[in-house]
Write a protein that binds this ligand. Structure first.
Ligand code: LIP
Length: 281
């Protein structure tokens, strides 16, 4: 079965590259925007088009595989991870970046079997960087092996996070409380590329020591999670327990010491899980 997954991964890389071409092309002429859960939760026709392109091509090649896609879930599909081979797709991670032509945009494809991510592909399509990882076989960028930073002192670290699209006042207060605590440690710097997938790849490359966020979705982090692990990093929940990709909370770091230093400063909250049943009307 191992070789079978390699073939599937090769297809994911090819389709991510093709999706990247579509995104690059659309960037110059088609960025009209719609909204989803709130005025700042954005979607474009390109997100929808790219997701259709990926799903269609996978269905032709692997008709029994399942999907969890950001825009399909927004359109009403369920978001439940089973043991079946499942493609977890974010057609444009960094939709807000895309709308504003802020130059970090990724196509993120995770592939899970028995609820475990088997491979991850993140294509940073404006930088033309193809990040890949296969479980037990390392993480790569354009074929070069990746290794997380060796830094163990949080005071000498760069930490990435994002503000997400939740503007609930209590959530915003907690986000700023965490940021205040982390900046005051102090750390060398705080950054955010505007895409969870690229932030996680930056951890894998060793450019930053950690990335954390509350409010992300499984499609934002499925692929990046394996890329971080295979580059030698760690994943944890915001409360220090094991990460749960459906929980919408994540800390991805170069090592446990840095992860714990960050976790100590985070003011936690728990958004509705991705796999929560829809509310009764
Ligand atoms: C976005 C993330 C970003 C996060 C947003 C959102 P999208 O994904 O990558 O880092 O802050 O909440 O989930 O919506 O551009 O695919």
């Amino acid at each position: 079965m191992a070789d079978a997954w390699q073939k599937v991964m090769d297809h994911a890389v090819a389709i991510a590259r093709k999706a990247g071409e579509v995104v690059r092309e659309a960037l110059s002429h088609d960025r009209s925007v719609m909204t989803k859960s709130s005025d700042v939760d954005l979607v474009t026709q390109t997100d929808q088009k790219v997701e259709r392109l990926i799903i269609q091509s996978v269905k032709e090649k692997f008709p029994t595989h399942r999907f969890i896609g950001e825009e399909s879930v927004a359109a009403g599909d369920t978001c439940v991870l089973t043991e079946d081979p499942t493609w977890i797709i974010d057609p444009i991670d960094g939709t807000t970046n895309f709308v504003h032509a802020f130059p970090f945009i990724a196509i993120s494809i995770g592939f899970s079997v028995n609820r475990q991510v088997e491979f991850g592909v993140v294509y940073s399509c404006l930088e033309d960087k193809m990040f890949t990882a296969r479980r037990g076989k390392g993480a790569f960028c354009n074929g070069e092996s990746l290794q997380v930073s060796e830094q163990t002192d949080v005071h000498r670290s760069i930490i990435a996070t994002e503000f997400g699209s939740n503007r609930d006042p209590e959530a915003v207060d907690r986000i700023f409380c965490s940021l205040n605590n982390i900046l005051s440690l102090p750390v060398h710097g705080v950054r955010g590329a505007g895409t969870a997938a690229i932030n996680m790849c930056l951890v894998a490359c060793g450019c930053i020591e950690a990335y954390y966020e509350i409010g992300i979705h499984v499609w934002d982090v499925a692929a990046g999670s394996l890329i971080v692990l295979e580059a030698g990093g760690v994943l944890m929940d915001i409360d220090g327990g094991d990460v749960d990709l459906m929980s919408r909370r994540i800390v991805a770091a170069n090592n446990r010491k840095i992860a714990e230093s960050i976790i100590n400063e985070i003011s936690a909250f728990s958004p509705t899980r991705d796999d929560a049943p829809p509310p009764d009307n």
